[in-house]
Design a protein around this ligand. Structure first.
Ligand code: ADP
Length: 346
């Protein structure tokens, strides 16, 4: 076979294969190629410019891991049993791995994940199950919310102050449930349709502040707003409001006194900057690199599931933006989000 034919055979086998295949290099353990099946199972997009390494894919990847030992041994091929993989969202599953060395001088390896059909099905069901439950729960929740609003309006003149505050407690908790369910619905973000439009962030910010007003009042927090309503950004409006909901609900949840600042401004020629800061408990520096991980929580003393910031980061990246966090324990936390400036509203 000539080289061109070899290359074509390899390309077809690689792309058309029904197994999950990927290729990695010893240098930096970078995953340089993967096929469609791998992309579907691990939720990584082949056309996205995200540098993926074995550290992202294999749990407890390190010098003592069997895959490194195989690479260092110089052997041509190995069958590794029970390798624990992590998908893009940190969901973990155990599979066997067939690794074959492609080149000797510049070590490149072809990997074939040998999966158990039952395990793969369980993984798929996990996502579908969570997503279906959240969808189902949203209906009755919207219903309860609507009914409560009507009831409150109809009885407004006759309610005593105790009943008023009870209504507020119910409403506040329903809102927390809504944010949580919306986060669960976004768990399999890649499956969600992205409806992009150009808009000013102004209305979404005002709506988000109004949404949390009862909790802001209850904690006696000040809200300091400085929004340039003429800047326009591009993205999915529902997702943008979920970014605001998650960051604001954290700012309120982790702040007992002081203020929450929200600003939007043109930061540079092409960047719109959104800043949300609080005077809350802060986040110790040692957690800086894990704060956006799925299910990560600093402490379990306040309620939560550790999904909010992970979802925020995913959604910001879908808008081609970036997010940074600065925090000082006991002083407060600031989240800085940069988005491409699309235009100015005239
Ligand atoms: P959770 O549901 O636990 O709030 P998040 O993903 O939204 O999940 O946040 C992850 C962790 O980051 C939280 O458990 C909390 O410890 C910390 N955190 C997030 N936002 C703030 C904030 N504004 N101030 C202090 N800690 C925060």
């Amino acid at each position: 076979m000539d080289t061109q034919l070899y290359q074509e055979v390899f390309r077809v086998l690689f792309t058309e294969s029904k197994s999950e295949l990927f290729i990695f290099r010893e240098q930096n353990w970078e995953i340089s190629e993967f096929n469609e099946n791998f992309s579907n199972s691990f939720k990584y997009d082949r056309y996205e410019n995200k540098k993926l390494t074995l550290k992202d894919l294999i749990k407890e990847f390190g010098e003592s891991h069997s895959i490194i030992q195989f690479v260092k041994s110089g052997a041509p091929t190995a069958y590794l049993k029970d390798v624990v993989f992590l998908d893009r969202h940190g969901l973990r599953f155990t599979m066997d791995l067939q690794v074959s060395r492609l080149f000797l001088d510049n070590p490149v390896f072809l990997c074939n994940i040998i999966y158990d059909l039952d395990k793969k099905e369980t993984l798929r069901l996990n996502y579908e199950y969570i997503s279906n439950i959240s969808h189902e729960l949203r209906g009755p929740l919207t219903n309860i919310n609507g009914t409560l609003d009507i009831l409150q309006k109809n009885k407004q003149d006759t309610l005593d102050s105790e009943s008023h505050s009870l209504f507020n407690v119910i409403q506040k908790n329903l809102k927390r449930m809504k944010v949580l369910l919306d986060n669960l619905l976004l768990l399999d973000i890649k499956k969600k349709k992205y409806s992009s439009e150009v808009y000013s962030p102004c209305a979404s910010i005002n709506e988000a502040i109004a949404f949390f007003e009862p909790s802001i009042l209850e904690k006696n927090l000040l809200v300091n707003k400085n929004i340039d309503c003429s800047v326009l950004i591009r993205g999915d409006k529902f997702e943008f409001s979920q970014i605001l909901h998650n960051l604001l609900s954290n700012a309120i949840k982790y702040t007992n006194k002081g203020e929450i600042k929200i600003s939007v401004s043109k930061h540079s020629k092409n960047i719109v900057r959104l800043e949300i800061s609080d005077t809350g408990v802060g986040i110790p520096e040692e957690y800086n690199s894990s704060i956006f991980n799925r299910f990560f929580r600093v402490s379990s003393s306040v309620g939560g599931v550790g999904l909010g910031l992970w979802i925020v980061k995913e959604l910001v990246e879908r808008m081609e933006g970036s997010i940074q966090m600065y925090s000082t324990p006991g002083v407060g936390t600031t989240f800085i989000l940069d988005f491409p400036l699309v235009d100015y509203a005239s």
